[in-house]
Write a protein that binds this ligand. Structure first.
Ligand SMILES: N[C@@H](CCC(=O)N[C@@H](CS)C(=O)NCC(=O)O)C(=O)O
Length: 223
């Protein structure tokens, strides 16, 4: 089973925004790593042994020890390589609020995007409306909890929440081309402008999956 010698190994797949999160965090911290591309139709024995519970990517293996779940991995990276830039602030209450909204993003907004892909006709219209309401709750939460300055960047550097929110949201153009409009600037202007800023970050730009390849994959998924 042992085939990777590197100290840090990431198991991911190219289209996975969750894997993208980990790539961004490793690059931000300047951590060298080996990347293993998984075929999710034919998962490797290694992946299954490292993540027997969910059998999903990403998995980070550090000195032979596996860590699964992208947000857990981001926190591990931040704590283990505590050199700057920090992904999370030091203050426990600020950290708690950020974790709360990152969880909301993963549990409400990402599934909201996927219910648009999976639905048709009137159901799709409803799914689009529902997503915009979920995003509105996020926008209001950011304003309430962080005033006018959502913590997507800490000391000018991309943060835990910035990385989490950049995933999926920053590929909205591929969703628009392959599926339909998922993000409507008139309905969610604040979110749209945050995503625009995140998309401009060089690390995010270079980590996004290739647009045309993603469009083809989303069309396939939709069919
Ligand atoms: N909650 C997980 C989600 C990871 C996830 O959904 N991974 C997908 C790829 S984007 C996967 O491995 N799917 C394969 C499967 O579920 O069988 C995380 O944050 O890491």
């Amino acid at each position: 089973m042992e085939h990777k010698q590197s100290e840090v190994v990431l198991f991911g797949t190219w289209a996975s925004s969750f894997s993208g999160r980990v790539k961004i965090a490793l690059k931000l911290k300047g951590i060298q790593y080996e990347y293993v591309e998984e075929d999710l139709v034919n998962k490797s024995q290694m992946l299954l042994s490292y993540n027997p519970v969910h059998k999903q990517v990403p998995v980070l293996v550090h000195r032979g020890k596996p860590i699964a779940e992208s947000r857990v991995i981001l926190e591990y990276i931040d704590e283990n390589w505590s050199k700057t830039p920090n992904l999370l602030p030091k203050d426990p209450y600020e950290r708690a609020k950020i974790r709360f909204w990152a969880k909301y993003y993963d549990e409400k907004i990402i599934p909201g995007i996927y219910s648009i892909i999976r639905s048709k006709g009137k159901d799709r219209e409803k799914a689009i409306e529902d997503l915009s309401e979920l995003v509105k709750i996020f926008e209001e939460g950011m304003k309430r909890d962080f005033e006018e300055d959502p913590p997507f960047f800490i000391d000018g550097s991309l943060s835990f929440l910035g990385i989490v929110v950049s995933s999926y949201a920053c590929t909205y153009e591929a969703f628009h081309e392959a599926v339909t409009t998922v993000l409507i600037p008139e309905k969610n202007p604040a979110f749209f402008s945050w995503v625009h800023d995140l998309k401009g970050h060089p690390l995010i730009r270079e980590t996004l999956p290739p647009h045309d390849k993603l469009v083809a994959r989303l069309k396939h998924l939709q069919a």
